[in-house]
Design a binder for this molecule. Structure first.
Ligand code: GLN
Length: 580
């Protein structure tokens, strides 16, 4: 009897200690929101997480959104875009999941390497510690060692009002189990300071003319089976769900009716935050946590943007010349074009042109009717000749052209082959032995043998030449809308030396070969942006043309809803004028 009593007291004390330990690890006032998904993938968990972030930010809270991906790769940097879509790059040089792009575009808040975690990173940290001997002879197990490492990262050391954690994959996946266990523990240890949002799917069966809630019920049961009771359900649906159906879901899943919200298909993902606000998703979260709800923020800049989006009707056709025939592969470029279109009062209609299929014979017909072309980033030989042919065509036809990273390199190679007369000009990435390596491997890359995370990654400075088209684009005056709305560290960082100084994100191993700079300049392609420390060429342009600019960096990563990127703004404006 006494033994049982002592044992139960001890367990109680342990659990309480565990709780206060977690509370101490967590920041005292930070609240935690966990977003999981059920039934199927691709429901838009990233958009819902970004929308929650946006809505809380609009209420004045300091928010961060992070993504935990259950796959074993350390980061998606080594993944083929067909596997995983675009690889997004943070300012501090982490190759991450494309959902971080949504987080940044919605909130305008920069993410960091702490916002993108994978199973690989979790295990690596634990195994490195084990090899160092830090565990003092203990057996290392999924619970508690892996789950503790997940929890540590979910809690974050930096101070936020809200930490939103999205877990990739779908409930029931074998590999997401440790993440669910970590959430279960945190939920228990943090009490009201943690809220679980579960996103599921309500399919419409045409033959029965009915919306079906059973998959949602099953998904919630699965979650409950892991010890997690969702506080809020977001139901993805193609058709409107009436109150009776929401009530049914609420009843079956132990969730309050006001906490069952629906996310109907919207004409644009940017409509989602206001739709969620209308249904009180943010208010429901605050109520669950026990924070006074207060007034509903007007979100004027966001609504103004949506108004602009609804009114932007005139289509401007833009060719996206790339090799990945997959919506998500060039996600940030597509969104940057869309956003810049809206702020220019036009609808950027994007046409994917598979560069592998572009030939000298068909380039004119492939690009017919296009008001501009983006030559896409990429790696390796496949599809590059088509990019070079497209760059030649748009240069000689004076069609606005924007080359990004590999796209810029292809513009440079094309110019060497067809203007400078070096028929064999190439990048040493494609042809190591070429005599005219106008694009060459960066010096610091030559000794690198490992592939993962070893490129030139993240934000670096670039100084713009006065009077260039690029500098003109970055000058704030033509883009008053850039400065409305929320604060965001714009690429404009102040002035140093002669020209305007900007900061942009990179992901490459090869660069413009400075040996050829003079020849290029003489022949009319100017190097108008360079890194002030290394002299590396970051921007080339042909000033005699309407808009022909290539950037070694990726401007698409820093374009946000309230601050479209100046280069995309200027490019779309040129395309719009061209199409008129
Ligand atoms: N493959 C090129 C390089 O590594 C370009 C990379 C890119 O387009 N992101 O330099």
């Amino acid at each position: 009897m006494v033994c049982v009593w002592i044992f139960s007291k001890m367990s109680y004390l342990c659990a309480e200690l565990n709780k206060s330990d977690t509370r101490r690890q967590a920041n005292m006032n930070t609240k935690y929101i966990f977003v999981t998904g059920g039934v199927v993938s691709s429901l838009g968990k990233g958009i819902i997480s970004a929308s929650i972030g946006k809505l809380l930010q609009a209420r004045g809270y300091k928010v961060t959104i992070q993504k935990f991906d259950p796959y074993i790769n350390i980061d998606p940097g080594t993944l083929n875009p067909y596997e995983h879509g675009e690889c997004y790059v943070t300012e501090d040089g982490m190759e991450t999941d494309l959902d971080l792009g949504h987080y940044e575009r919605f909130t305008g808040i920069c993410t960091t390497r702490n916002n993108s975690i994978t199973t690989g990173r979790i295990y690596k940290a634990v195994i490195d510690r084990e090899r160092r001997g830090d565990y003092l002879g203990k057996t290392i197990q999924v619970v508690p060692h892996i789950t503790d490492e997940i929890k540590r990262r979910m809690l974050r050391e930096d101070a936020f009002d809200f930490v939103i954690t999205e877990v990739g994959g779908t409930i029931g996946d074998i590999e997401s189990a440790p993440f669910m266990e970590a959430i279960r523990q945190l939920r228990w240890q943090l009490g009201r300071d943690a809220v679980c949002v579960h996103l599921t799917y309500v399919p419409y069966l045409k033959a029965a003319d009915e919306l079906k809630t059973k998959p949602t019920q099953h998904s919630v049961k699965e979650l409950q089976g892991m010890g997690i009771q969702p506080d809020i359900l977001v139901l993805r649906t193609e058709r409107h769900l009436d109150d009776a159906l929401r009530l049914k879901v609420a009843g079956f899943c132990n969730v309050d009716l006001e906490c069952v919200v629906q996310s109907e298909d919207m004409p644009s993902i940017y409509e989602v935050p206001v739709n969620m606000q209308k249904q009180g998703l943010d208010a429901a979260i605050l109520r669950k946590i026990g924070i006074p709800v207060g007034e509903t923020p007007a979100m004027k800049p966001w609504r103004d943007f949506l108004e602009k989006q609804r009114n932007a009707k005139r289509e401007v056709h833009i060719a996206l010349v790339g090799k990945y025939d997959l919506q998500d592969a060039y996600k940030s470029i597509r969104e940057s074009l869309n956003l810049a279109g809206i702020y220019n009062d036009v609808k950027a209609k994007i046409h994917f042109i598979n560069s592998e299929e572009v030939t000298k014979e068909n380039v004119a017909s492939r690009l017919e009717g296009m008001a501009g072309a983006v030559i896409c980033p990429g790696f390796g030989q496949r599809g590059i000749e088509g990019k070079i042919i497209a760059a030649e065509y748009t240069r000689t036809q004076n069609i606005p052209t924007f080359g990004i990273c590999l796209g810029m390199q292809m513009m440079v190679i094309e110019f060497a082959r067809n203007v400078l007369g070096y028929k064999d000009a190439n990048s040493s990435e494609m042809d190591e032995k070429t005599l005219h390596n106008v694009i060459d491997m960066m010096e610091e890359q030559k000794s690198i043998t490992q592939m993962g995370g070893t490129m030139r990654l993240g934000a670096y400075e670039c100084e713009l030449k006065e009077g260039s088209k690029a500098a003109e684009a970055y000058r704030p005056t033509p883009f008053p809308s850039l400065y409305g709305g929320e604060k965001k560290a714009l690429p404009l960082e102040g002035e140093r030396g002669e020209g305007l100084l900007i900061k942009e994100r990179h992901r490459h191993r090869y660069e413009f070969n400075n040996k050829y700079q003079e020849e290029y300049e003489k022949a009319g392609m100017k190097c108008v942006g360079t890194n002030p420390d290394t002299n590396l060429v970051e921007i080339v342009e042909v000033p005699s043309l309407k808009w022909y600019i290539g950037t070694q960096f990726h401007p698409e990563y820093s374009s946000t809803v309230l601050h479209p990127h100046p280069l995309f703004m200027s490019f779309i404006r040129a395309c719009s004028e061209y199409s008129e």
